[in-house]
Design a protein around this ligand. Structure first.
Ligand code: ARG
Length: 488
């Protein structure tokens, strides 16, 4: 659409800036495909605002808005020339409308324009990432609800530590993903503010109505300081930090599933596994390994973004053209990883017999026995010593007789002066051990049910908040369409 020197592109950039060996290096046109639709929306809202403020004539606004429809129908690939999508769309509009098309860029700069486009697009992307995170929470909750009584080993330092349940384990990740969602929703609030109308950084003498443009684009409010509004990319840093934290959560879940698969404690469905091209017996947890790796990429992107932003002076600097890709890449990757994790969790099988057998490995009930003795009045440190000595004298879990013999040596009196043999037997049993740990947030089925119910409430609140955010974006888009059609 845009052509060579002297035509619309020349009008915008002037010949001095139209070429040169660094042209390709400076151009972001290809990468800007991501914000093509956003730029059209921002152009439309800006033009409607200019006309409603009588800054441009309604007839000119009509022509420009009709031209934007043509540009949209032709698609991003039809754009040519220009350093970026903003310039290329403007050039295309001038080609269609003639010189009056140049009125579209009244009272703005590409600096406020691009910042608005990034925010406009990123909102949608963050809502999609939130959808995936919500689906993961749902699949963790549903699976947990089926396994409140399924006893499994719990680990610290990757050593058997204390028995717990599959539900308690899965909820530990659901709670973390819930916080990841909260961080993303906080970031969303700060993404959803409008820099449009800040112009290059120093405002404009035109009587712009920034609130109107913000409303038409579905932003919650305008950003107050025009230098901040056009230059800041802290919303990218915040969003990308939240996404990276989420990726780290996902990587932990993925790693646990890899390890549990290796121990035969979980079986991923075939849909989420892969086989070896040479070893016919293999079933590998490849999807979880890839989810684990996404966190590495996210950390790299966050580092790239922060390093680019560090030390940038006010106001706009072209470095910023390379900032938003980090957030866009990560939001795609992390959303996809969460969706895959949701599917893997929903379809995995938890073999109850193997889990129960492994739950008592490595004398994992030792703490429970020490707790029992302490509850009977022994100082916990003394109880710990008795149980530690019994562990040292046995292969695996000591029996009641061994514990009694050690107590007699250490305390100078029988174990049964403090507790009954039945109580000790119960403490040595992984299922009883789990049932006894009913403190708030503990693994006992009743405690887990309480967490499940809180978690379900929070999930439905968060799902409603995401739906509200999406509704208000759709309502704004419809409103903008109506405004536009009153001109075209
Ligand atoms: N493509 C540019 C970017 O992404 C648009 C802003 C250009 N502004 C300027 N003053 N050169 O940042």
């Amino acid at each position: 659409m845009a052509g060579e020197d002297g035509d619309s592109e020349g009008v915008i950039r002037r010949d001095r800036f139209s070429g040169g060996p660094a042209r390709g290096f400076m151009s972001s046109l290809a990468a800007d495909e991501r914000i093509f639709e956003a730029d059209l929306a921002v152009d439309r809202a800006h033009v409607v605002m200019l006309a409603s403020q009588d800054i441009i004539e309604s007839e000119v606004a009509s022509e420009i808005l009709a031209a934007l429809d043509e540009v949209e129908a032709a698609g991003h690939d039809s754009l040519s020339g220009g350093e970026d999508v903003h310039e290329a769309i403007e050039a295309a509009v001038i080609d269609i409308v003639g010189p009056d098309g140049g009125k579209m860029h009244t009272a703005r700069s590409r600096n406020d324009e691009v910042a608005t486009c990034i925010r406009y697009r990123l909102r949608e992307d963050v809502l999609s990432a939130l959808d995936a995170a919500l689906a993961l929470r749902e699949s963790l909750l549903e699976t947990a609800a089926e396994h409140t009584e399924t006893v499994m080993p719990g680990y610290t330092h990757l050593q058997p530590a204390q028995p717990t349940t599959v539900a308690h384990f899965l909820l530990s990740y659901e709670r973390a993903v819930a916080r990841d969602c909260a961080r993303l929703m906080c970031a969303y609030e700060r993404i959803n503010q409008s820099p449009l109308g800040s112009a290059a950084f120093a405002g404009t003498p035109f009587d712009v109505n920034r609130e109107l443009a913000a409303d038409l684009l579905g932003f919650d409010r305008v950003m107050e300081n025009s230098m901040d509004a056009s230059a800041t990319r802290d919303f990218l840093a915040e969003t990308l930090s939240a996404l990276t934290t989420h990726a780290v959560t996902l990587s932990g879940l993925a790693e646990d599933l890899v390890i549990f698969s290796n121990k035969g404690l979980v079986e991923l469905s075939d849909d989420y596994s892969s086989t070896s091209s040479i070893m016919p017996q293999k079933k590998n947890p490849d999807t979880m390994e890839l989810v684990r790796a996404v966190a590495g990429d996210a950390v790299g992107e966050l580092t790239g973004l922060l390093t680019t932003l560090k030390g940038l002076p006010r106001a706009y600097n072209r470095d910023l053209q390379r900032a938003h890709k980090h957030a866009f890449r990560t939001v795609d990757d992390v959303g996809e990883a969460a969706a895959v994790a949701a599917g893997a969790v929903a379809s995995a099988a938890w073999p109850e017999d193997e889990l129960a057998a492994a739950a008592g490995d490595g004398f994992s009930t030792a703490t429970g026995v020490a707790d029992l003795l302490a509850m009977a009045g022994l100082p916990f440190r003394t109880a710990h010593e008795v149980v530690a000595e019994a562990a040292a004298r046995s292969e695996g879990t000591p029996d009641v007789a061994t514990l009694d013999a050690v107590a007699t040596d250490v305390l100078g009196e029988s174990l049964f002066t403090h507790v009954t043999a039945e109580a000790v037997e119960a403490a040595l049993d992984p299922t009883e051990s789990v049932a006894s740990r009913d403190s708030v947030g503990g693994p006992a089925p009743a405690a887990v049910e309480a967490t499940l119910s809180t978690a379900r409430d929070e999930l439905s609140d968060d799902a409603a908040a995401v739906a509200d955010a999406r509704d208000s974006l759709s309502a704004a888009a419809e409103g903008l369409d109506e405004e536009v059609s009153s001109y075209v």
